[in-house]
Every structure is written in structure tokens, then in C-alpha cells.
Design a protein. Structure first.
Length: 305
């Protein structure tokens, strides 16, 4: 942590291990890390979906990437989605499994299946009423994240996508620390929108990744433009300029693509279906598939942590 941000209270600081430049030993520091490792070791790739700002489309990207990866025609991939946006869990609705229940057995919590090779775990499955507000402080949130990582029986997965809440505080720090201490993630995809206020926040997210030693796999710009369904003319609704691609160039990270603002994307998420099913010939469908292709190529050609 930078000196200007330091309170001097190392014992209570969630960034203590990063500042000290060491990774906790699972067997000596905290036995829970060993349990997390036992759950995560059969997951080949673990990818975080991050953003410093809310409302930019993390859950939309997570759900549509999961659909695209799990429905590939060239190979069968077992895909999981972990929704740790505890206060705003919308993944169940976006993946068509709203109202389903999590079952517990001797093996642990069983994730809900949204397809033959696509499973989901979310706080949304654990609420008695989907409209209930979750009013929890940090320690209780961290305890639930720990339970998600150590109690869910994911079995063999090729890819686990982790949908995170906005910001750079409690929940996000917790999952990065727990994974780094047990079964390091492959990296993160950052998502933003073209407005200056959102682009400012993506720079903070890049700093977060740097400080927590989380590899940035790439950046996606959502709601980049509106494509007229009649004449195919592209109109920049929020900002005209290089936007996220310029930030990627400056920070030497991959730019994965621009997703348009499209009613079909909204409809797909409202119905809990893939863009391929909702509008197979839509430009946004092709772009999402291309982003999924790039992610898979990166994961398969990059040395695992």
C-alpha cells in the first residue's frame, strides 16, 4: 500500500500480506485456505470480472460469456459462475435460474445448473425473498465469500467466472486474498463504459490489480455505441474518442472489444438466455462470441499461476 494511504495499523489492514510481499501459508496461517484449495484445485481456470464502477455491465458480461463458453461447437467446456455481488445478486435472473434452490449434502453446497455443462452459485439462491435487502457489514460478507469458496462442490470445471461487486473494498479484497493464498486466479477481465467518469474508475481498477498482483487478462468496453437496426449506422451515445482502448494502450493491457448498447442484450438478460438464442445474427452476439474466443485463447496459451 502507498504511504499516503497507510493508517499504520498493519494487523487490521486487509492489504497486510501484499504490503509485506508474502503469501500466507495455507497450512500455517489459516486452515481455511487448505479447504479452499481442495475445492478449487479441480477448476482449471479462475477468472474475475471486475469494475470499479457500478452499472457498467459486469453481470451482463459474466452471464453472456458463460453462455458463449459453455455452448461452443468446437469443444465442450464445463463452466461455472460464482456471483459474489452479495447485495445485488442478479446472476440468477440473467442466467434463467431465478427461484432455484441450493441443496446441501455431505459433499457441500451443490451449484444450480443453468445448462448441462453450466452451473451457478449466488447469494440470490439463499434469500427467502428475492426482494429482501442484504444489510450486512464487512465481516459477515467476508464469511459468506469464504463459504462460497470452501463449501461449494464445483467438481471438475474448465472455467470459473467470478462476478464481483463494484469498488475496490471488502468483498473484492477478500476474494483476491483468499484465492491468492490458496489457488491463485488466472487473472481478471475489467469492464467499463465510454463515459469519462467510468474511464477514470477503470484506472483505479488497474491500480487495484497491480497492488493485489492480479493479472489483467483484458478490458471490455460496454455500451460503446448504438447500432441502428435499420441502416446499421453506429452512433456514440456517451463519448466520442478512443476511450478504453487508449487506456489499454497506455497501460500495456489487452483491449478485448466493444459491446454495443443493444435492446437485444437487455432482452436476453431479462429472459435469462444467451444472445445466441435471443438474436443469433445480431452484431452484439458476434462481438460477445469473439470476446469469449479471445479469453479462451488467452487461458489456453498462458502459463497457469
Amino acid at each position: 500500500m502507498e504511504k499516503k494511504d497507510c493508517s499504520g495499523n498493519c494487523e487490521a489492514c486487509p492489504m497486510r500480506e501484499q504490503c509485506l510481499g508474502k503469501t500466507p501459508d495455507a497450512s500455517k496461517e489459516n486452515p481455511i485456505f487448505e479447504k479452499i484449495f481442495s475445492r478449487m484445485k479441480n477448476i482449471r481456470h479462475r477468472v474475475l470480472i471486475l469494475s470499479c464502477k457500478g452499472g457498467v455491465g459486469k453481470s451482463t458480461l459474466t452471464s453472456q460469456l458463460a453462455f458463449a463458453l459453455s455452448s461452443r461447437k468446437d469443444r465442450t467446456l464445463n463452466v461455472g459462475v460464482l456471483d459474489i455481488d452479495l447485495c445485488g445478486p442478479c446472476i440468477p435472473k440473467m442466467m434463467g435460474v431465478e427461484g432455484e434452490e441450493v441443496h446441501q449434502s455431505s459433499e457441500g453446497w451443490s451449484p444450480v445448473f443453468a445448462g448441462e455443462n453450466l452451473c451457478v452459485m449466488s447469494m440470490g439462491f439463499l434469500l427467502e425473498n428475492k426482494e429482501d435487502a442484504l444489510i450486512w457489514r464487512g465481516p459477515k460478507k467476508n464469511g459468506m465469500i469464504q463459504s462460497f469458496l470452501s463449501e461449494v462442490a464445483w467438481e471438475d470445471l474448465d472455467i470459473l467466472l467470478v462476478d464481483t461487486p463494484p469498488g475496490t473494498s471488502d468483498e473484492k479484497i477478500s476474494i483476491v486474498q483468499m484465492l491468492n493464498a490458496s489457488c491463485k486466479p488466472d487473472g481478471a477481465i475489467l469492464i467499463t463504459t465510454p463515459q469519462d467518469v467510468a474511464l477514470m474508475q477503470i484506472k483505479k481498477e488497474l491500480q487495484f490489480c497491480s497492488k493485489t498482483k492480479t493479472k489483467v487478462l483484458g478490458v471490455v468496453e460496454n455500451m460503446s455505441f448504438f447500432c441502428c437496426p435499420h441502416c446499421s449506422k453506429e452512433t456514440a451515445l456517451f463519448n466520442i474518442g478512443e476511450g478504453a482502448s487508449k487506456i489499454c494502450e497506455e497501460n500495456k493491457v489487452r483491449f478485448l472489444g466493444k459491446i454495443p448498447l443493444d435492446p437485444n442484450v437487455v432482452n436476453a438478460c431479462e429472459k435469462g438466455v444467451s444472445m445466441e438464442k435471443e438474436a443469433s445474427t445480431n452484431p452484439a452476439t458476434k462481438i460477445i462470441q469473439e470476446i469469449a474466443d479471445q479469453l479462451l485463447k488467452i487461458l489456453l496459451t498462458t502459463k497457469q499461476p
